[in-house]
Design a binder for this molecule. Structure first.
Ligand SMILES: [Zn+2]
Length: 86
């Protein structure tokens, strides 16, 4: 689908920190160059409608922190499961 100036498209707003509706504000050839957030009005480069990839390790949830206080350790979801021996 080709977008044109003024069309509405989803994109990640760096000010709202979430996916919101955006108006296409500028184009370079067929490519969307700049969009304007329809929630806060912030204009930024088009990010392809994708949220940013988080590089930080996810913070343990409040439930996991309370559980760690009872059990004594934080569960590690990224830890590989031990292999079964045959
Ligand atoms: Zn916004």
């Amino acid at each position: 689908m080709n977008l044109r100036i003024g069309d509405i498209s989803d994109d990640y707003c760096t000010r709202c920190h979430r996916m919101t509706n955006h108006s296409v504000a500028a184009m370079v050839g067929e490519r969307v160059a700049s969009v304007s957030c329809r929630t806060c009005g912030f204009q930024h480069d088009y990010r392809g409608g994708k949220p940013p990839v988080r590089s930080r390790k996810p913070k343990p949830s409040a439930f996991d922190q309370v559980l760690a206080g009872i059990v004594g350790e934080l569960p590690n979801p990224s830890e590989p499961k031990p292999r079964r021996k045959r």
